[in-house]
Design a protein around this ligand. Structure first.
Ligand SMILES: Nc1ncnc2c1ncn2[C@@H]1O[C@H](COP(=O)(O)OP(=O)(O)OP(=O)(O)O)[C@@H](O)[C@H]1O
Ligand SMILES: [Mg+2]
Length: 267
């Protein structure tokens, strides 16, 4: 199973939109996919058309040991399984604070799966707390969605520092595989400037042993597209809501790009 975390502690950059639509595209292409909602806001769950109140087990019960991972999944679409968030997830971080090994609970839980999933995509909250640490401890890859505006790179240092610490202390196989440019507006030179700043930054780490030394900007950018902003309120993926719009086209290509390459160890 390839395990990917969508992470940026900055809010509103496109994490949830990307997880929903990449997961849906991969599932449509025949992969067996789990999308895990690690955000107490439950946007991923809602975006897939499932009410958080209807999530009985979900991420919360898996993290508190009250449910097995396989039992907590909801088949939201053919091939697409949701580990949902409900209101209880709000209290998970404080409830787990005194649990020994609290950062690796999720890793241990998914290791027990009896299913043959191809992908696990984790949607993180906009913070670097215990929920995010559990996601990072369990995964092999991080994709960082960025919205190319002038403060896009602010906060990136703290994010990369957290990833470095997790890779040193808990999960040596963790790598940043890509930066995903979301809400890209090719009409502004700013988007292009930010793209070139990120490329310079990534190139400067090429020969180092840091977890982002092989990271690339994902070659398809997600264009700003109003349909992507409308789809969540209907509980639909972009392929159900408007399958021929730019947003659907972009996410389809991004999923194919991810599917075409493997990074790190699989298992
Ligand atoms: N390419 C796009 N074009 C237009 N609107 C978009 C696009 N991508 C996302 N949006 C909208 O922007 C808002 C933020 O996106 P999203 O919820 O995916 O970000 P997020 O990083 O998950 O936010 P949070 O940090 O709050 O979890 C949402 O209203 C979403 O519908
Ligand atoms: Mg979100």
């Amino acid at each position: 199973m390839r395990k990917i975390v969508m992470l940026n502690q900055k809010g509103g950059v496109g994490k949830t939109t990307s997880v929903v639509n990449i997961a849906a595209a991969l599932a449509q292409d025949g992969a067996k996919v789990v999308a895990a909602d690690f955000d107490p806001q439950a946007h991923l769950t809602i975006h897939l058309g499932i009410e958080p109140d209807k999530v009985e087990a979900g991420t919360y019960k898996v993290l508190t040991g009250a449910s097995q991972f396989d039992d907590a999944l909801i088949e939201a679409r053919p091939n697409l399984f949701l580990l949902g968030a409900n209101i209880h997830l709000v209290g998970a971080e404080s409830e787990l604070v005194s649990v020994v090994g609290r950062e690796i609970i999720f890793r241990e839980a998914i290791a027990k799966t009896k299913q043959n999933f191809d992908y696990l995509l984790i949607d993180c909250p906009p913070s670097l707390g215990l929920l995010t640490l559990n996601a990072l401890a369990a995964a092999q890859e991080v994709i960082i969605p960025l919205q190319p505006h002038f403060l896009a790179l602010q906060g990136l240092g703290k994010l990369l520092q957290t990833i470095t610490l997790v890779s040193r202390r808990i999960n040596p196989s963790l790598k940043v595989s890509g930066v995903l440019l979301c809400m890209f507006d090719s009409r502004t030179s700013l988007s292009e400037e930010i793209k070139s700043d990120i490329n310079k930054f990534l190139d400067s780490a090429r020969d180092s042993d840091c977890p982002w030394s092989n990271a690339q900007i994902i070659p398809t950018f997600v264009r700003r597209n109003i349909k992507l902003a409308e789809a969540p309120s209907y509980g639909k993926t972009i392929f159900e809501y408007e399958p021929s719009c730019h947003g659907a086209e972009d996410y389809r290509l991004i999923a194919r790009h991810l599917n075409g390459k493997t990074i790190g160890n699989t298992g």
